[in-house]
Write a protein that binds this ligand. Structure first.
Ligand code: HEM
Length: 319
């Protein structure tokens, strides 16, 4: 439906300004505002105690060996664990699969496919987005040709086929198919799980069609993109419809982002189960909004009832 909307809007109604300028600006504004609001909301949530999720021995007595990465007790350890999580999805590496075998016996086993597909997808996406910087700046940043050469390493075909294009299609297909063929996963999957996958697959396919099949005018596209970023928007003539579909789907992804599970991108950094050092035994953490409580110690209690306790023969700490 979104693709049809873009075709009708651009090809039939000629709404070039709407699809080339207004919607992209609205999408960027919505994306940034939505993320900032959400991050501020998270940052304002009180986190009085240390609640990291750990998978290793906590630091305690000197002769007990602790795990610096699995249960980090210092800020440096937290950074190390965060880097491994963000770049290598370390926690997903522990993913397990439950299966009912003959017997019937429930068997848990290691399952690395999800980790591998997730890693392949995210890394390809990052490289593709970074490569796209060639449309946004003039002269292009030095990392862009470097990534292009690396990604086109095998030099197959004309235009050269990017490895990330193949990897991202395979990885996204795996992520979608596994939701459809695994009954357990299908049962818990919602439209909010399928929609981002459909969106990403459509963005990637329109991009691939543009690069390898239906040619588009890259010079005009760069003019449009740079116009948007320099706040002097223009929509040059002759840009193919495939580009407008690609751009419109990217805009929908940006607007949808702050309302969706895709928020895990900024979320991982603000998650108290990941960004806190586990130093509960080294440092006493006191709830900052603890109110003063009137207490009555045993000493005071005994002072108050000493006579009665003595008379009843109850042993006393202080005679
Ligand atoms: C989430 C954001 C985006 C994703 C995932 C994405 C994905 C892709 C992919 C996979 C390709 C195939 C070729 C390649 O890998 O370079 C592609 C091509 C392309 N994309 Fe995007 N894209 C995104 C955003 C954009 C934006 C904002 C623009 C606007 C300028 C754009 C313009 C293009 C153009 C012009 C091509 C054709 C490249 C060529 O012919 O060499 N893309 N895109």
């Amino acid at each position: 439906m979104l693709i049809v909307l873009a075709i009708l809007g651009v090809e039939v109604a000629n709404l070039y300004m709407l699809f080339g300028v207004i919607i992209p600006y609205a999408a960027i504004a919505g994306f940034l505002t939505g993320i900032i609001l959400q991050v501020v909301k998270w940052a304002r949530s009180p986190v009085p105690f240390r609640i990291p999720t750990v998978a290793g021995q906590q630091k305690s007595l000197p002769w007990i060996k602790n795990s610096k990465l699995e249960s980090p007790h210092s800020f440096l350890g937290v950074i190390g664990r965060m880097i491994l999580e963000v770049f290598l999805f370390r926690s997903l590496f522990r993913n397990t699969k439950a299966e009912l075998k003959n017997g019937p016996t429930l068997v848990y086993g290691s399952s690395k496919y999800l980790w591998l597909a997730a890693l392949a997808f995210h890394w390809s996406l990052l490289i593709i987005v970074l490569r796209h910087f060639r449309y946004f700046t003039e002269p292009v940043f030095a990392f862009v040709p470097f990534l292009q050469n690396l990604d086109g390493f095998f030099q197959v075909g004309i235009p050269i086929i990017y490895i990330t294009n193949i990897v991202i299609v395979v990885a996204l297909s795996f992520l979608l198919i596994r939701r459809i063929i695994d009954p357990k996963l299908k049962y818990i999957s919602l439209s909010s799980d399928y929609f981002p996958l459909f969106l990403l697959i459509s963005i990637v396919i329109t991009g691939i069609l543009m690069r390898y099949f239906t040619k588009v005018d890259i010079v005009s596209i760069k003019e449009l993109a740079m116009g948007l970023f320099s706040l002097q928007p223009v929509v040059p003539e002759g840009i193919g419809i495939m580009f407008f579909i690609h751009l419109f789907l990217v805009c929908v992804l940006l607007i949808y982002f702050p309302f969706s599970k895709l928020l895990h991108m900024p979320g991982v950094f603000l998650s108290p189960t990941r960004n806190l050092a586990n130093n509960n035994r080294m440092k006493r953490h006191i709830n900052p909004w603890n109110y003063p409580v009137r207490i009555h110690t045993y000493e005071e209690y005994e002072d108050e009832f000493r006579d009665k306790m003595k008379a009843a023969g109850i042993p006393l700490e202080k005679e």
